[in-house]
Design a binder for this molecule. Sequence first.
Ligand code: ARG
Length: 352
Amino acid sequence: MYSSKFFVSILLLLQFSIKWNNANTDNRTDDKAYDVDTDAKDMPLVKLIPLNSTFITDYRSLERRRGKQNATEDDDFEFLITGGYRPQTNLLVRYAVSLRSKREFMFFGDDHFCGGAIISLKLILTAAHCIVKLKTGSTKKRAHDIRVVAGTERRLVRTDNTQILAVEKVIPHSKYTSSKVANDIGILKLKDEIKLNEGFVAIIPMADTPPKPGTKCTIVGWGSIIESGPAPDAVLNADVTIRDEADCTDVVPPLPKGTICANNQNDYEIDSCQGDSGGPMFCNNKLVGLVSYGSGCGRPGQMGVYSDVYYHRDWILGNSASSIRRSSSTIAIDTLMLLHLTLIKLAINVVV
Ligand code: ARG
């Protein structure tokens, strides 16, 4: 009856309309389905999924899984990560990058898989689980299978400030374990230096003191706006507080060393989620954590787990230094020194 070409064109049309929907999210302030107060300094993130959206199916099935067959409109808000927000000027996204696959599936940004943070002109810090192959859990991904996208507040829109960077070296922590999710940290060394761009691309200094429980922090990412839900086009921020280790082990036992847990005591839905991994947690303008894992997203009484950047600083510094290629002149000087030392040793031996 219908040819396969017909189905392919319908599929392409559908994909295009989803992309269009996503890309136009910001402009739809007049849409009743969004609760956006344009006068507010901080724009709230998508509070409601548009009722006519294709995403509603995800949402309904989520509700059903949670045993809420007849959710009222007010309940509809309950499972969305309502606390995320989009500040009018996002001062933090300039330090964040989106990690992408070798090539996009259908359109720019649909291959985003993790976040990362810019710690120097050539180094990106991320989660180890983002840069190892899932099946083996220990083999690292190939450098040319990962692209780093910087200067892009919108996942799906490429602007004049967007930089797409190739990776030269993939360095997951050698003691990363997927079973306990310990040492979930890694470095991507870029082929070329990032071009710093005031307001769009910048380097974030790493924490120089251990994380303190009670510190207010902000996470930034393009991860799902709801557990099992869609990923946003425009980046979202969410505010969480670092919690005491003792409070963490109550909900996410057993917490490996080098991890921090954080949540928002006023609103359990404020959390990171799938796709935020590897992305930064900033506290007082320092890089303090990297999104690692959690049980679902935004669940009551739960917390998000983050890799502790301060705890891993020696590993980070050690591996950053080893990735800086030494010039041939320093190698020549080193060889001369070694020769010199050997001669002195020999002389001492002869004397003794
Ligand atoms: N592992 C997830 C990722 O790969 C991050 C999950 C964070 N979950 C949470 N509830 N905080 O993107």
